[in-house]
Design a protein around this ligand. Structure first.
Ligand code: FAD
Length: 287
């Protein structure tokens, strides 16, 4: 009987694992399960569609032919809601469960939104995926003021790109040097998001109200492991794996930004995720 391998994710680590498995095992049934709507795309380049440097089609990293040619079943818009290591199956939102013999977790990290009153309103976005970037792209032309809260290179790139469009930006973070159209807001954080269904304004700690229709958060991320909370898979600020990318459960593996090896947070980033996916596939096929 061919082995049935389920991979959670469809990005750098997941693709690395799938390719590496297929090179070593021609008969395994490989399923890639992804909550997003697109075949694999180059996540690090996705802000390029905001300033027109790139078209969406230029982000494609693995085309639909890739999956066909490698005999991989890609399930898109398939969110994993739970894992049963006892029954060896994934619970998928609105779909039948998916059974597996071996499981690879390659679900990455996700930006977290702070627990503010009103945070669920339309127009508040954390930059995780191409869908989030497309949402920003569609809403920028009607946004008079954009609020960006965050730190790190992605937050700064967003500030730079949006300000260059002559849109007023209020940045709740630190700039190395002034940027035209950007006002830095320090020591006065957002305490509430205001509006009906859509964001219309925010309230600051000093109780001043600032109008805005787009509020972007970037720079506070955690491992994407919500679906593992009722399992016996060891998670400690990431899925804990050994040097072969195996978890504490012999038939469960993990790769990429979601995992952590021993006490050292694994080196993160696109190339490292792809390499760890390949290593994971190699180890899985060795057993
Ligand atoms: C805007 C931006 C810019 C970046 N720029 C750079 C850069 O310049 N250089 C660099 O090295 N890195 C960069 N990174 C980081 C880089 O993208 C990540 O390190 C890399 O994508 C990690 O790969 P991964 O496969 O581990 O996880 P991810 O790429 O995060 O992929 C996770 C996959 O899991 C899926 N998934 C998650 N949860 C579920 C679920 N419950 N059910 C089903 N599917 C699920 C997702 O849909 C996705 O397919 C950037 C990231 C962002 C957001």
């Amino acid at each position: 009987m061919p082995k049935k391998i389920a991979i959670i994710g469809n990005s750098a680590a997941a693709v690395g694992a799938a390719e590496s498995i297929r090179e070593r095992d021609k008969s395994a049934e490989i399923f890639m399960v992804c909550e997003e709507s697109f075949p694999a795309y180059e996540r690090p380049k996705m802000l390029g569609i905001l300033d027109g440097r790139l078209k969406e089609r230029q982000l494609v990293w693995r085309s639909p032919d890739f999956y066909k040619n490698h005999g991989i079943t890609l399930l898109l818009e398939a969110k994993v809601e739970g894992v049963s290591t006892h029954r060896k199956r994934l619970a998928l939102k609105g779909r039948d469960p998916l059974e597996f013999d071996e499981l690879v977790i390659a679900s990455g990290r996700k930006e977290t939104l702070p627990p503010l009153k009103g945070i669920q309103k339309e127009g508040v976005v954390a930059v995780n995926s191409l869908a989030d970037v497309k949402f920003i792209q569609e809403n920028l032309p009607i946004a008079h003021t954009v609020l960006i809260v965050g730190r790190g290179p992605v937050a700064l790139e967003l500030v730079r790109i949006i300000a260059a469009k002559k849109t007023e930006v209020k940045f709740f973070g630190t700039l190395a040097e002034p940027i035209e159209n950007v006002q830095e807001v320090r020591d006065n954080p957002i305490i509430e998001i205001l509006g009906e269904a859509d964001v219309r304004a925010v309230r600051l700690a000093n109780h001043k109200v600032v109008g805005a229709t787009l509020v972007i958060f970037s720079g506070a991320s955690g491992p994407n492991t919500d679906f593992l909370k009722d399992t016996d898979i060891h998670v400690d600020d990431g899925v804990v794996v050994d040097e072969t990318m195996r978890t504490n459960i012999p038939f469960v593996w993990a790769a990429g930004d979601v995992c952590r090896q021993g006490q050292d947070p694994q080196a993160r980033g696109w190339e490292a995720a792809y390499a760890s996916g390949r290593k994971c596939g190699e180890s899985l096929c060795r057993i």
